[in-house]
Write a protein that binds this ligand. Structure first.
Ligand SMILES: [Zn+2]
Length: 212
């Protein structure tokens, strides 16, 4: 299959961007400088109520028929599904060499305040501005269940279940590639959290490429 690059752009540090992806195209989310998390939300381009739900997808990845085998897990997602009542395959991961991501919530106004940085910019702001360009408001379509690409955060399964935030292991040029199984609206946040180790205390840009 051809992998001609038909679009290539940068999402500057601490900002978000929403854009369309056509069924059959491939999306590459690239860590431009290293150790930077990209929050990712996905919507059916023709029905914004149908959106990706991260933890739900993690479960569906290993609820597979025995003869097929699991396609992924919460720690290494293989297929991305939309939430109930839709439950459609939205994207398939076709390259994920590093394999690090965190399925779940992202930084928000309250989380930054609780971390001692009230008023600090968060992924919520990035998503609100990005989706606003498509006429969407967070209260209409929003679920915080996202894929935090390159995140090295983990639930402490040996301890009390706390979220352990470690610096990303990604280096410049690492990327995750997705195949679009439907027409999509994609929203990506270059996570602006420099308070925790989420982005190794330094916010950087994310590069996006769309391949045919
Ligand atoms: Zn964030």
């Amino acid at each position: 299959m051809s992998t001609d690059c038909i679009d290539d752009f940068l999402i500057p540090a601490c900002t978000g961007k929403a854009f369309k992806l056509t069924r059959g195209q491939k999306l590459r989310v690239i860590d431009e400088q290293g150790k930077q998390v990209a929050g990712a939300m996905f919507f059916n381009a023709h029905n914004f109520k149908e959106q990706f739900m991260a933890e739900f997808s993690g479960g569906l990845n290993y609820f597979q028929p025995p003869d097929l085998g699991k396609t992924g897990s919460h720690y290494r997602l293989g297929e991305l599904y939309s939430k109930v009542p839709y439950e459609n395959l939205m994207l398939t991961i076709t390259h994920n060499e590093l394999g690090d991501h965190f399925l779940g919530t992202h930084c928000s106004g309250l989380s930054m305040a609780l971390l001692g940085a009230p008023g600090h910019r968060s992924c919520t702001d990035n998503f609100a501005e990005a989706l606003g360009e498509f006429g969407l408001e967070l209260e209409d379509v929003y679920s915080p269940s996202i894929m935090n690409i390159f995140s090295n955060a983990r639930i402490d399964t040996e301890g009390d279940g706390s979220l352990l935030i470690n610096p990303p292991r990604s280096i410049a040029g690492d990327y995750v590639e997705f195949f679009a199984n439907m027409d999509l609206l994609v929203a990506i946040s270059a996570c602006p959290d420099d308070v925790t180790a989420m982005n190794d205390h330094s916010c950087k840009s994310i590069r996006i490429q769309i391949h045919s």
